[in-house]
Design a protein around this ligand. Structure first.
Ligand code: ATP
Ligand code: MG
Length: 393
């Protein structure tokens, strides 16, 4: 009998030819993530991954589950026991061991047995296995357990695969697709609540992400920059690692302020952010941009403004929060543990340079006319790209 973590993955099971690529990627990610927690043999087994702690190895079960729960592509994690041998006796042994442990921890419990048979070489049908094991447990532990098929406290789950498995709880996983199986995109990461959530949502779909942060020293502090790096670290809990490009935006921002109509400041700034971000994206083989924009949240995110901002981009801009209310965004931010960092008070460049009466219905042709005043924009962009600082978290 061996202790085992059973790892269930969802959507990738239906992805046809790509399935092996997804599975291998997931396998790889699981191996990497478990490395710091002990020695494990991780393998594929008919629609599941299994992680077997190596023999005399003392693993922190909760920590392992927690780590696995955060891996994109995993929908559930169960901890149980396994035997190689496909026989009723093997199942009985595991089932008895499992229920005996539960009773000694919880006292009297109601239970039912649920069986799935992935390996049809096993001659007994699932329903029959469940009935037999239920009876067996009742005989063995009679006064400590009772069957309740409607609302049991314990669902003793049996899976018949290359080996037999028994467990009774499943912790919900992050879902989505394995990270890095769906191309690459560049996240415009500010210190706010929205952009980390937006990045997390796209990463969850398997897209590798890197980030760009625009800072404007001395108007924005070193603390504000540290905060963005901290947010990237929070995202890296899910993605494994992340590259942050830190672009100095001071010269561009102050020049816009000097030469362009004050009410157009934010929108022009936003367009130039897009321009710079896409150049960084192009250099890094990144096919799309990601922002935390949501319709109507602030003046620069009215539909009119979004259209004008979008025009500056030469590649798709993903805005996964576009239809979200702030309160729903906050819920996700709390769930992925970025919220408390996001609400730290350090100023970001947009709040400092924000005009009193920003344009809410900008017209592209007027904005473009105003931008003509930025005659040396190309040189300024080149300078900001040259001085770009790269931080790998
Ligand atoms: P967030 O909470 O993500 O900061 P927000 O509601 O404050 O969003 P804005 O400040 O209008 O909205 O920014 C809209 C989007 O533009 C952000 O979600 C982010 O993707 C991008 N962005 C804004 N400021 C910066 C910055 N300094 N560096 C990188 N990206 C930025
Ligand atoms: Mg912001």
């Amino acid at each position: 009998m061996k202790n085992v973590f059973l790892i269930k993955y969802g959507e990738l099971a239906i992805k046809g030819k790509n399935r092996y690529m997804f599975e291998n990627r997931l396998l790889d990610t699981v191996r990497k993530n478990l490395k710091s927690l002990g020695e494990f043999a991780v393998k594929k087994e008919q629609g599941r991954l299994i992680a077997l702690p190596c023999e005399d190895n003392n693993v922190d079960i909760d920590l392992v589950i927690e780590k696995l729960q955060r891996i994109f592509g995993i929908i559930g994690v169960s901890y149980g026991t396994r035997k190689d041998e496909l026989s009723m006796e093997a199942i009985e042994e595991l089932a008895f061991y499992h229920m005996k442990n539960i009773c000694s921890e919880q006292g009297f419990v109601t239970f039912k047995v649920k069986t799935t048979r992935a390996d049809k070489r096993f001659p007994i049908k699932s329903m029959e296995v469940s009935a037999k094991i239920g009876e067996f447990i009742l005989n063995k532990l009679g006064d400590k357990v009772k069957v309740d098929v409607r609302n049991p406290q314990v669902i003793l789950t049996i899976e018949i695969r290359n080996g037999v498995y028994v467990y009774s709880t499943t912790s919900v996983g992050a879902g989505g697709m394995p990270y890095g199986t769906n191309g690459k995109a560049t996240l415009l990461l500010s210190g706010g609540i929205d952009s980390p959530v937006a990045g997390w949502m796209i990463a969850k779909r398997g897209v590798e992400i890197d980030a760009v942060y625009f800072h404007s020293p001395p108007f924005t502090s070193e603390r504000a920059k540290e905060k963005v790096i901290d947010l990237a670290k929070k995202l890296a809990v899910y993605t494994g690692s992340m590259r942050v490009h830190i672009v100095n935006f001071t010269e561009i921002q102050t020049t816009i302020q000097d030469r362009c109509p004050i009410n157009q400041l934010t929108i022009i700034m936003r367009r130039i952010m897009m321009e710079i971000a896409q150049r960084i994206a192009a250099k890094n083989g990144s096919q799309a941009l990601i922002t935390g924009e949501s319709i109507g949240q602030v003046a620069s995110q009215t539909l009119h403004s979004l259209v004008v901002t979008n025009e500056a981009a030469d590649r798709p801009v993903f805005r996964p929060l576009i239809g979200f209310d702030k309160i729903d965004i906050i819920k996700i931010a709390e769930q992925i543990d970025t919220f408390n960092t996001s609400i730290l008070p350090y100023e970001d460049c947009c709040t400092i340079f924000v005009p009193k009466h920003p344009e809410t219905k900008p017209k592209l042709e007027y904005i473009k006319k105003s931008e003509l005043a930025l005659t040396d924009l190309e040189e300024m962009i080149a300078r900001s790209l040259e001085s770009c600082e790269i931080v790998d978290v």
